[in-house]
Design a protein around this ligand. Structure first.
Ligand code: G6P
Ligand code: MG
Length: 482
């Protein structure tokens, strides 16, 4: 069987916290477990993180952990009776002074002092991911007066967005700061930052991460209209991050669903060109919250992201709170494998005609060029400290599996997110230098990944000790000749 290259991120929640369900999810192909800090207590996240690592180790699997910060999602306050029902044409007000727990049919409080300043007459406000839409007709010093354009139920603490973006709360809240410490404590492999506006927001997150003593790679969630307004804004955010997420829920609300598919393709392309990982997220298999099989439209959506060459596809409520978390992973795995058979998944024109910036980058890309053009190459071995060498390799479309050989637990987990990359624990520093290549190839032979007579490409640097960025050598080895 050809191994799946596209990775699966699944959000953990009440539906996926028992050891039995988690074990089945890991066996079914879970690569990255997402802890959503918008829900659940620190103790719940800790228990899930420990369980994932324990079960993965038992099955010889490497599953990364991703913490997702809640961020400054702007929310309405509460209603006296929990929820109201709005009809088209109704008048409704948002107030920064109205009591926080006493919303009613006419008005609700909101914890965002700049609301009036940030909105103008004629603006459209979207509640609950766009389910309810209002137009701003008027403003006073502390209230917006609106007309309901699309009615529906509105309940406590629902999110609010402005069409076109522009509600500008700072990206990191006090809760986020506490959760960054929790992420450090749990040794999470990735940390996703919600609603970053620009590189400065990511720089702040990086500083807080460093201060907390975490080495998690930072994922910028692209979910504001401002972040995709032009190439400069998007590339600035990408450069300041270790990876990005196409966070289609809020992004779709701000830019409109019609623009979303094109923007997804652009974000994925730009991330890969900058040597960054990319996750495609939100509502990928939404109907599986209540159904054991996806709709054709969902199958098509996941396959489209695979053809766009995303590193990973993500499950949200499907795995966190749905009735079929295991089936959802199986369905995603199946659809990924199917889409990967399409010829566009293996042909690459990646950065042809562009200059490279680094020595290790040049060696890694040369290895991929060779792998894609020399029949008989069955595997690529990248000796790596941080995962950086296999990351660059996996930016290229290919059907040849990439194996990240590393002695570090962090790196072994981290590469679980990279498309086409698997890990094999390996410590070159513990071996006589002249034996390293041979022993590495033997690891693949032992696992039946290659046979005598196959070709293998191996990259390494001159030193076998803590030398991230040191890759400068590519070897072409024939299995059995060592
Ligand atoms: C291993 C190899 C080194 C190489 C390094 C690259 O440690 O033994 O020779 O320089 O990986 O690590 P990187 O983090 O840049 O992929
Ligand atoms: Mg979001």
């Amino acid at each position: 069987m050809i191994p799946r290259r596209t990775k699966i991120v699944a959000t953990l929640g009440p539906a996926s916290s028992s050891p039995e369900v988690l074990e089945k999810m890991i066996v079914a192909g879970l690569d990255v477990a997402r802890l959503n800090f918008s829900h659940g207590s620190p103790d719940e996240h800790r228990a899930r993180a420990e369980l994932v690592r324990e079960i993965a180790a038992r099955h010889g699997r490497f599953v990364a952990l991703l913490g997702d910060l809640q961020g400054p999602k702007i929310r309405i306050a509460k209603f006296t009776d929990k929820r109201i029902e709005l009809k088209e044409g109704d008048q409704f007000r948002f107030s920064v002074t109205h009591p926080r727990d006493a919303g009613n049919q006419e008005v609700v409080g909101i914890d965002y002092p700049d609301l009036v300043k940030d909105c103008g007459i004629g603006d459209e406000l979207l509640l609950d991911d766009g389910r309810v839409v209002m137009r701003v007709d008027n403003a006073t010093a502390d209230e917006l007066h609106c007309t309901v354009l699309i009615g529906g139920p509105l309940s406590d603490n629902k999110g609010i967005n402005r069409r076109g973006g522009g509600l500008t709360a700072p990206a990191l809240t006090n809760k986020d700061k506490a959760d960054i410490k929790l992420a450090a404590d749990l040794h999470l492999d990735y940390l996703a930052v919600s609603f970053p506006r620009d590189a400065a927001d990511m720089d702040l997150a990086r500083r807080l991460r460093d201060e907390a003593g975490s080495d998690a790679w930072l994922i910028a969630k692209i979910e504001r209209a401002e972040a995709v307004a032009d190439d400069e804004a998007l590339d600035g955010l990408i450069r300041a991050s270790d990876g990005v997420m196409v966070a289609r829920g809020d992004l779709g609300v701000e830019v409109g669903d019609a623009e979303l598919v094109g923007i997804q393709k652009k974000i994925i392309l730009h991330a890969r060109r900058h040597n960054k990982v990319v996750i495609t997220a939100t509502q990928m298999m939404e109907s599986m919250i209540h159904s054991p099989m996806p709709t054709r439209a969902e199958v098509s959506d996941v396959a489209n992201a695979v053809l766009d060459y995303t590193d990973a596809v993500m499950l949200s409520a499907e795995s966190a709170a749905g009735e079929y978390p295991i089936e959802a992973i199986k369905a995603m795995a199946r659809v990924c494998c199917g889409a990967e058979k399409h010829p566009t998944s293996t042909k690459s024109g990646h950065r042809l005609g562009q200059q490279f910036e680094r020595c290790d980058e040049s060696a890694a890309l040369a290895a991929m060029y060779t792998a894609n053009h020399f029949p008989g190459v069955k595997a690529i071995i990248a000796l790596t400290e941080s995962g950086y060498t296999p990351l660059i390799m996996s930016r290229i479309r290919s059907s040849v599996p990439i194996f990240a050989f590393s002695p570090h637990r962090e790196t072994q987990a981290r590469v679980a997110l990279f498309r086409g990359v698997q890990t094999i624990p390996f410590d070159p520093a513990a071996l006589p230098a002249e034996k390293v290549s041979q022993m590495a190839v033997e690891e693949l032979l032992k696992r039946n990944i290659v046979q005598p007579g196959d070709w293998v490409i191996l990259t390494k640097g001159d030193s076998y000790h803590d030398s991230t960025g040191g890759t400068n050598t590519m070897k072409i080895l024939r299995v059995g000749d060592q």
